[in-house]
Design a protein around this ligand. Structure first.
Ligand SMILES: Nc1ncnc2c1ncn2[C@@H]1O[C@H](COP(=O)(O)OP(=O)(O)OP(=O)(O)O)[C@@H](O)[C@H]1O
Length: 596
């Protein structure tokens, strides 16, 4: 509980003024409700001729209501109208339309920004936290926290209103008040139970909806594969089953939401019935029409306030679980934020200052999460302005090595990645302008070519230069809207080669000192590839590339041969050919290909 409150305080930082203003306004609003109840009591006593002889409120009513005559009654009505008018303006014009949304969406936006910032600064976090959990923390959990922060300010007002209104009602009639409290507490209990079930079903509906959306997304994304496998019926039936499950979950959610609404909504009429039943013989005697008006008016808000208090513990439980997950997500990032440490008892030689190395990797071990597969004790170095090519057989671990070097895979303590001889905090370090990375299957956004290359920058000259170097200029010139052509979801309207060159242009625009490219040859025709390499290798940046193309291997200052997740040989092409039988086999295959 203490941890939850301090986490909530941390989320509120920056908007605590709005929070306490809202709390104060809710208290003011409920004080107005109390006052209107008392005014109603006097008004109706006045209209009824001040017949109530019961509690203190009724006695007061006789003095100012019945005794005041028509002028007094009009004054009372004017007071009620003024208070209710002010309440409407305050509640709808300020609280519900401004303060609550500012609190809720301000907190969710702030929390989401900080979580996304963490994930983007520490991409290795995504490797540690399963994608489902990460999405839940950034989506549902953040929303739960935002909702709670906007809802919580009503609670203090509810408690104060319940205490004060019950106190006033007790002074009118103890028996009726106690009986009403009994009824309302039963309603509160039922509401709490129903609310708990409603939340369970709401979560089930969301999960089921996510499954349907996911399946639809996959089916649309893999239309060709589905057609090729003649699996249309199977996929349709699968989505149909998921849709039915969502339908069932949604019906249960709606049912419990309806029951909850009805239980709270019927509490007040039930209460009025109970009051009438208990005071039937005593009306106009000890329980006057003014008292009935007071009880009736308070009952509605009392039922809502008690129901809200009833669900407080459930809401608190949920928000504390949500905050725990959000904190765990952040914690995973913090755990990996420290630069890679040294293994116990392992002494790393000092960086060699004699040979200027832009990047130096030593004893790097990294596995794919939950597996023993990855790279073991790998080492490599890249000199400024030169080409280093990582090569090896299919599945040898080339991509894994690049990802481990870039810090995109959680590495075991003990490895070292040095940038200009200094330790690099890898995940947040090897990014532009130091380092750019084009993976084997680059991701594009559904915006235009310009947006995908510039990603928020405003530099048309850099855009034109990058498109030229990436050999994308002729393609863009042939597009209907040029650089403003929209590439479609994930670049679906572009060919594989265009996607790769667009990703290269995105990297070039940031002018990194080291360009890391993973097998960009696969989707390019030989001529385009030749021109592209010619431009990339102009000596202005160092390049670390995965490739098995003879032309690229010949151009390399250094070749790193990877076998079974280990660096088997490093050196010039001639040196690795002499040192590694595996490399000789790969070379023979590559040079036998008609393309080379
Ligand atoms: N996300 C992953 N989770 C678990 N294992 C993985 C994952 N990605 C790759 N692997 C495994 O790690 C090993 C190395 O894969 P990697 O993709 O690094 O090889 P590669 O040499 O780049 O292959 P290719 O030539 O096909 O591009 C393989 O056994 C592969 O199955």
């Amino acid at each position: 509980m203490g941890a939850t409150l301090s986490r909530l305080r941390a989320v509120l930082r920056g908007s605590s003024g709005a929070y306490w203003t809202l709390t104060g306004l809710w208290v003011l609003l409920r004080a107005g409700t109390l006052a209107v109840g008392l005014l109603f009591q006097r008004l109706f006593d006045g209209i009824g001729g001040g017949t109530a002889a019961g509690g203190a409120g009724a006695e007061g009513g006789a003095g100012t209501g019945a005794g005041a005559g028509t002028g007094g009654l009009i004054a009372l009505i004017a007071w009620v109208a003024a208070i209710e008018g002010a309440r409407l303006v305050l509640q709808f014009g300020v609280m519900l339309s401004r303060l609550e949304p500012r609190l809720q969406y301000g907190a969710t936006a702030g929390l989401r920004r900080s979580l996304l910032g963490t994930a983007l600064r520490r991409p290795d976090v995504t490797a540690r936290v399963p994608p489902g959990e990460a999405l839940r923390a950034v989506g549902e959990d953040v929303e739960e926290v935002g909702f709670f922060l906007a809802w919580a300010p009503t609670n203090l007002a509810h408690w104060l209103f319940v205490t004060a209104s019950v106190g006033i009602m007790l002074t009118v009639d103890v028996l009726v008040t106690v009986a009403l409290l009994g009824l309302l507490l039963a309603v509160t209990l039922v509401t709490a139970l129903v609310h708990g079930r409603f939340l369970v079903h709401r979560r089930a509906t969301r999960t089921a909806s996510a499954h349907v959306a996911g399946a639809l997304g996959e089916a649309v994304g893999a239309v060709k594969a589905v057609q090729a496998a003649a699996a249309e019926d199977h996929v349709t039936a699968h989505i149909g089953r998921l849709d039915e499950a969502r339908g069932r979950a949604a019906v249960r959610e709606a049912l419990f939401a309806g029951v909850q609404r009805n239980v709270i909504g019927n509490a007040a009429p039930l209460g009025v019935g109970l009051v009438l039943l208990l005071t039937a013989g005593r009306a106009r005697d000890s329980f006057g029409v003014g008292d009935l008006a007071l009880f009736t008016f308070y009952l509605q808000i009392l039922a809502e306030a008690l129901a809200s208090i009833g669900i407080l513990s459930i809401r608190l439980q949920r928000v504390s679980v949500a905050l725990e997950r959000v904190t765990a997500f952040r914690g995973a990032a913090a755990d990996t934020a420290a630069p890679p440490g040294k293994p116990a008892g392992h002494r790393t030689p000092p960086p060699r200052r004699d040979v200027p190395r832009l990047l130096e990797v030593r004893h790097l071990t990294a596995h794919h999460p939950g597996t023993r597969r990855g790279v073991e004790d790998a080492g490599l170095s890249v000199a400024d302005g030169t080409l280093t090519v990582v090569t090896g057989g299919v599945g040898a671990g080339k991509t894994t090595l690049l990802r481990a070097v870039l810090g995109l895979l959680p590495a075991r303590a003990g490895g070292e990645v040095l940038w200009n001889g200094e330790p690099a905090d890898r995940a947040g370090f090897l990014v532009p302008p130091r380092c750019g990375y084009v993976p084997q299957a680059p991701r594009l956004f559904s915006g235009s070519v310009r947006e995908n290359v510039l990603l928020g920058r405003d530099d048309d000259r850099a855009l034109a230069a990058a498109l030229r170097t990436a050999v994308l200029e002729p393609d863009v010139a042939a597009m209907r809207d040029g650089v403003d052509t929209v590439v479609g979801p994930r670049g679906l309207r572009l060919s594989g080669g265009q996607i790769q060159r667009l990703a290269i242009a995105r990297m070039l625009v940031r002018r990194p000192r080291l360009m890391v490219v993973d097998d960009i040859s696969s989707a390019l025709d030989p001529e385009t590839e030749r021109i592209l390499w010619g431009r990339l290798l102009d000596g202005s940046s160092a390049v670390l590339a995965v490739s098995h193309r003879p032309a690229v291997l010949r151009a390399a200052a250094q070749v790193v041969v990877v076998t079974d997740g280990r660096v088997e040989a490093t050196g010039t092409l001639d040196e690795v050919l002499a040192a590694s039988a595996g490399m000789r086999g790969l070379w023979a295959t590559a040079t036998a290909s008609p393309r080379d």
